[in-house]
Design a protein around this ligand. Structure first.
Ligand code: ADP
Length: 320
C-alpha cells in the first residue's frame, strides 16, 4: 500500500487485505470480490469522518502468479467541492439580482418617507379633504413606506451575509501562534461570552504552538465554530466551551472547539456540512460549509464528533 492509501485509511503498513477489516469489513469484501475492471462504492464511517470510497480492482497474471491492483479514491471531497461550487454559482447570481432590485427600492422608500414627513399641513378652505382624513392617509402611507424601507434593508443585510459564501479569498499563508489566534477570537466574542456567562477555556500544550495558515480565514472558521458552540450551550446549567490545540501523532497541528451542549443527533450530523442546512429559525446554514471549504483551501480538514447520550457534547476538529 502506498503512502497516500495509508494516510487515507489512517493505517500503518499492512501484511494482507484482511488486516484492513479494522478499517472497514466492506472495503475488504470489495477488494476480495470485485472482478477485474469492476468498480464499487464503499462508505466508511469513522468517529470523526465519513469516507465515500470508489474502489477499482484490476486482476492479472504475471509469471503464472495472480495479482490484483486496487485503486482507492475518496470521492467525498470531490463531491462536496462540486456541490459547493454549484451552490456558490447559484448564490452569486441570486445575490447579484436581488441586490440590483432591492437597493433602489430601499433608497426610494427612504426618499418617499422623507417627502411624506415634509408634506405641508392640509388646508380645508380650498376644498381639499378634511385635515384628519389627509393626515390619516399620509400617516398610513408613511407607515407603509417605512415598512418597505425596513424590510428592504433587512433583505440587503441578509443577502450581504451570503456574499461571504460566494467569495472565499485564496489563503495567504503566514506563520501564526495559536495562542494569539485563540486570544483574538476570545477578544472578538467577549460580549457574547459574558452575555451568556459562559466559561471559555483555552488549552494549548505546547503553548508556543504555531501553524502555517491564513490568519483571517482561520479566525473566521473559529468564530463560526465558537458562535455555534455558544448557541449550543445557551440552555446548559454550566455552559462551557474549550479551545484546544495540540500536535497529533504525525506532529501535525490540530485545533479543536468543544462545547458541553446537547450534542448533534446522528441524522443531523450527516447534513451539517451541506450548504444552507440549518436547524435554527434564523440560521443561514453557511457557516460550516464555508468553514470546511476554508480548511480544504488549506489542504486540511474539518470534522465533527458529537454524541447526544453520553453528554460529552460536540467537538469540531481542524487538521492542517
Ligand atoms: P447555522 O449556524 O446558520 O445553522 P452552520 O452551517 O454553522 O449554520 O450550522 C449548521 C447546523 O449545524 C446548525 O443549524 C446546527 O443544527 C448544527 N450545529 C453546528 N454546530 C453545532 C454545535 N456546536 N452543537 C449542536 N449543533 C450544531
Amino acid at each position: 500500500m502506498n503512502t497516500a492509501a495509508r494516510r487515507l485509511l489512517r493505517t500503518g503498513p499492512v501484511r494482507n487485505v484482511e488486516a484492513l477489516s479494522r478499517v472497514s469489513p466492506s472495503l475488504v469484501e470489495a477488494l476480495c470480490t470485485l472482478k477485474s475492471g469492476e468498480q464499487s462504492m464503499v462508505r466508511v464511517a469513522e468517529d470523526d469522518r465519513v469516507l465515500q470510497l470508489s474502489v477499482h480492482v484490476s486482476r492479472f497474471r504475471l509469471r503464472d502468479e495472480a495479482h490484483a491492483l486496487a485503486s482507492i479514491q475518496d470521492l467525498r471531497n470531490e463531491l462536496e467541492e462540486k456541490e459547493m461550487e454549484a451552490w456558490q454559482r447559484l448564490t452569486r447570481v441570486l445575490t447579484h439580482e436581488i441586490m440590483n432590485s432591492v437597493a433602489p427600492i430601499s433608497s426610494l422608500a427612504s426618499t418617499a418617507r422623507r417627502l411624506l414627513s415634509q408634506a405641508p399641513a392640509p388646508n380645508d378652505a380650498d376644498g381639499t379633504p378634511a385635515p384628519h382624513e389627509l393626515s390619516e392617509i399620509a400617516s398610513d402611507a408613511q407607515e407603509a413606506v417605512q415598512t418597505i424601507e425596513r424590510r428592504s434593508k433587512g433583505l440587503i443585510s441578509l443577502v450581504d451575509s451570503y456574499r461571504s459564501f460566494t467569495k472565499i479569498p485564496h489563503p495567504t499563508f503566514t506563520i501564526i501562534r495559536v495562542e494569539e489566534l485563540f486570544g483574538g477570537v476570545r477578544q472578538l466574542l467577549r460580549v457574547q461570552i459574558s452575555e451568556h456567562a459562559l466559561d471559555l477555556h483555552i488549552d494549548i500544550p505546547p503553548p508556543d504552538l504555531q501553524i502555517t495558515a491564513d490568519p483571517e480565514l482561520i479566525e473566521q472558521v473559529l468564530i463560526n465554530l465558537v458562535l455555534n458552540a455558544i448557541h449550543a450551550v445557551q440552555d446548559q446549567p454550566a455552559p462551557r466551551i474549550e479551545l484546544r490545540a495540540h500536535l497529533d501523532r504525525r506532529s501535525q497541528p490540530v485545533l479543536a472547539v468543544t462545547d458541553n451542549g446537547p450534542g448533534i443527533p446522528p441524522d443531523v450530523q450527516e447534513r451539517i456540512f451541506v450548504s444552507f442546512f440549518t436547524t435554527k429559525e434564523d440560521g443561514s446554514g453557511i457557516g460550516l460549509s464555508l468553514s470546511r471549504q476554508i480548511m480544504r483551501l488549506h489542504g486540511g480538514t474539518l470534522a465533527v464528533r458529537s454524541s447526544v447520550d453520553a453528554s460529552s457534547g460536540t467537538t469540531f476538529t481542524l487538521r492542517f
